[in-house]
Design a protein around this ligand. Structure first.
Ligand code: AMP
Length: 112
């Protein structure tokens, strides 16, 4: 997979406000937050988008959700929204899989 902004954050080539890291993933604050709390959870494995994930990634995908929830709790969020943009038509701009976690304000449904 081509190098992306997020692989450079994993490799510490560009700075980020990292709030969680383990052997499988990283969570860092979004540079352009859309809510009072907005962070991203990304796998260290370079998967461009969710639809590129394979059966072998099942545990990793579950891990990303658990980390998203635990870091949201750590951030003091009881209610929060997860969002995964898959593909340019769904507003994905960085082609390294990431889970957006947003909280600290009300969210309407359906999303825009
Ligand atoms: P998406 O549109 O789903 O691909 O989301 C990409 C997200 O990455 C956007 O919310 C951006 O604000 C965020 N972003 C882009 N560059 C950086 C960066 N260097 N550090 C943190 N977040 C970033």
């Amino acid at each position: 997979m081509a190098e992306t902004l997020f692989s450079k954050i994993i490799d510490r080539e560009i700075p980020a406000d990292i709030i969680f890291e383990d052997d499988q993933c990283l969570a860092f604050r979004d540079i352009n937050p859309q809510a009072p709390t907005h962070f991203l959870v990304i796998p260290k494995k370079p998967i461009a988008k969710l639809s590129d994930a394979e059966e072998a990634d099942q545990a990793l995908l579950g891990h990303l959700l658990l980390v998203a929830s635990r870091v949201a709790e750590q951030e003091g969020l009881a209610d929060f929204r997860l969002n995964v943009n898959n593909g340019a038509g769904a507003s994905q701009t960085v082609f390294h899989l990431h889970v957006h976690v947003l909280g600290g304000r009300p969210f309407s449904w359906p999303p825009g």
